[in-house]
Design a protein around this ligand. Structure first.
Ligand SMILES: NC(=O)c1ccc[n+]([C@@H]2O[C@H](COP(=O)([O-])OP(=O)(O)OC[C@H]3O[C@@H](n4cnc5c(N)ncnc54)[C@H](OP(=O)(O)O)[C@@H]3O)[C@@H](O)[C@H]2O)c1
Length: 266
């Protein structure tokens, strides 16, 4: 069985620990969870061996997953460089940190860079990933097996696309929550209790998702199927167009990509 060390076990690191255990990819004794946040460390105990520092022990693990915030990466490099070995496969999920940056700072070649999203917690995530040219095919497939324990995976040959994946699906859940929150707010302003408005919006999203996913019609057709001429939906869509809602969303997502690229330069 694989031995896996996860550095940074917050939202995403813990999600991986749970997914690997659920899929029997790893056993608890073969999982090392390195986490510096004291509160988090207590929550991690049921899932593996917990440590607050990178040390000699990491050498006996096959795969190292880096799941700290990009801002914390510099502090990790100095410690990890001492113990990382050529046989290790390193998987980084840090937004905007390139393979080149990791190779330069760690002196290590076999690196998979991945961008998951939070529905991974339910096994319903999507992860875009790529690998350094020095990573052998077996290790790429191993990484794919690990990543798809949290949902679907898509391999990208071109690493620069991962910044767009970060902006689109990495940050994507927040955009849907933002839209849902605006719809619930509208419901409240029209006199509907918040919990009822929330139910109406969430079930509408759920139903619309399934229709979108199974329908043979494209998105414009689906919009037209709800918006009859001179009707209520058209009244809403007219305001959205006048206030350039679509442009604002597109611009926001492109700004997220730009931020990911800034991380890669810092
Ligand atoms: N959340 C998302 O939606 C999402 C999606 C895709 C990718 N990502 C990427 O996943 C990474 C983790 O995100 P997250 O949301 O899981 O962050 P998070 O909840 O803040 O988890 C990171 C954890 O790492 C800990 N940490 C920091 N420095 C450490 C060190 N030197 N050694 C050990 N642990 C350390 C942090 O402790 P402290 O709290 O004490 O700092 C924190 O508990 C980020 O790089 C992000 O770009 C996140």
């Amino acid at each position: 069985m694989l031995r896996i060390a996860i550095i940074g076990c917050g939202n995403m690191g813990l999600t991986y620990a749970k997914a690997f255990l659920k899929d029997n990819i790893v056993s608890q004794k073969d999982l090392l969870l390195i986490e510096k946040n004291a509160e988090m460390k207590e929550r991690l105990r049921p899932f593996g061996n917990v440590s607050n520092k990178i040390d000699e022990r990491i050498k006996s693990f096959d795969i190292i997953i880096l799941a700290t915030k990009p801002q914390d990466s510099k502090a990790i490099y100095a410690d990890l460089k001492k113990y990382i070995m050529p046989s290790h496969l390193l998987i980084s999920i840090m937004a905007g940190i390139t393979i080149q940056t990791l190779q330069d700072n760690l002196g290590h070649k076999a690196i998979v860079r991945a961008m998951p999203n939070t529905p991974a917690q339910l096994g319903m995530g999507i992860t875009g990933f790529t690998a350094s040219k020095e990573t052998n095919i077996k290790d790429v497939l191993k990484a794919d097996n690990l990543l798809n324990s949290t949902g679907k995976t898509i391999f990208f040959d071109d690493e620069s696309k991962l910044d767009a994946v970060t902006a689109l699906s990495g940050s994507g859940p927040a955009y849907f929550y933002f839209i849902a929150s605006a719809m619930i707010e509208a419901g409240k302003q029209m006199g509907i209790d918040e919990h009822i408005a929330s139910l109406l919006v969430k079930q509408t999203m759920n139903g619309a998702f399934h229709l979108m996913n199974t329908s043979e019609n494209n998105l414009d057709d689906l919009i037209q199927s709800v918006a009859s001429k001179g009707g209520t939906t058209e009244a809403a869509l007219t305001i959205f167009k006048d206030q350039k809602l679509k442009e604002a969303l597109v611009n926001g997502i492109i700004a997220a990509e730009k931020r990911a690229k800034e991380f890669s330069k810092s």
